[in-house]
Design a protein. Structure first.
Length: 282
């Protein structure tokens, strides 16, 4: 596998980050994960815009222009001959002094890596079981708007779900409200409305989440952004998770109770596939 690291394309085995890189020491960085379809990173501009906003918030200089980042991504995909993959862009503050000061850390680390798509059998539809995690995310956290490399809470929540035999964990915020999942955004169907949690409650404004809201508008489906407690999800007529690598994943069970399949979820999932194909052909 060829990776990109700080201006160079090189074999993955030869790519190293210094021990005093702040991304390694402190989680002082950001990342974006996106689907590559037909050789093109899906919604790259939106992912890059969120990365740039996060870099501005953290005061990490972007080492390349948007066009430069796009060119690097396309060259990486070409070098690896991976037109269908997952692309991860990682930006850290780079090497710095010991401690928390950012003074002197003015050469950020930029890496891009490609990964195979998660395995999925074409004759077996993907469904997830979901459990409510015991971990909580801050209800009012400015960092929730960005994908920082400090994701240990999400790691622990996913581990908790897997230990319970589930596929994914539902994260509540510190108010006890539904926020998101360990690796995606949450949607549910209620009275034929497509509902999701508003941002600003510990919720990452996901790119796939935004695409789903666009799809609902184009299909004439009513949407609602509402704050709910987890017990209300048991009254949903359908639940699904959105994330960059897998797109739309219907939930078949929540906290041990079955969730009925919804034709609206299937409709949105089919429309998402059409958007993916249309934009890769553009």
């Amino acid at each position: 596998m060829i990776v990109f690291l700080n201006g160079n394309f090189l074999p993955e085995a030869d790519a190293f980050v210094p021990l005093n890189d702040r991304g390694f020491l402190l989680g002082d960085g950001l990342f974006e994960t996106m689907r590559v379809a037909g050789g093109q990173p899906f919604r790259f501009a939106q992912h890059l815009e969120r990365l740039a906003r996060g870099a501005d918030f953290l005061k990490i200089p972007m080492p390349h222009s948007p066009k430069g980042m796009q060119k690097i991504a396309e060259e990486l995909i070409e070098k690896n001959q991976m037109p269908e993959a997952v692309l991860r862009v990682t930006l850290t503050r780079g090497v710095g002094r010991r401690g928390y000061t950012i003074q002197g850390a003015d050469r950020p680390t930029l890496a891009m890596t490609l990964h195979p798509l998660p395995p999925q059998k074409p004759d077996e539809p993907l469904f997830w079981s979901l459990i409510t995690s015991s971990f909580r995310i801050p209800a009012s956290d400015a960092l929730a708007a960005f994908k920082t490399t400090s994701k240990v809470l999400n790691v622990l929540a996913r581990a908790e779900a897997e230990a319970a035999g589930a596929d994914e964990a539902l994260l509540l915020n510190t108010n006890g409200e539904v926020a998101e999942t360990a690796g995606g955004n949450i949607f549910w169907v209620y009275h034929d409305k497509i509902c999701t949690v508003p941002t600003g409650r510990g919720v990452l404004p996901g790119i796939t989440r935004a695409v789903v809201l666009e799809i609902c508008q184009s299909l004439g489906l009513e949407t609602s952004k509402r704050i709910i407690k987890p017990e209300h999800l048991h009254h949903a007529e359908g639940i699904f998770v959105t994330q960059s690598a897998l797109g739309i994943i219907p939930v078949a069970a929540f906290d041990g109770q079955p969730v009925a399949p919804s034709p609206l979820v299937d409709q949105i999932a089919n429309a998402f596939t059409e958007v993916l194909l249309r934009e890769q052909a553009a």
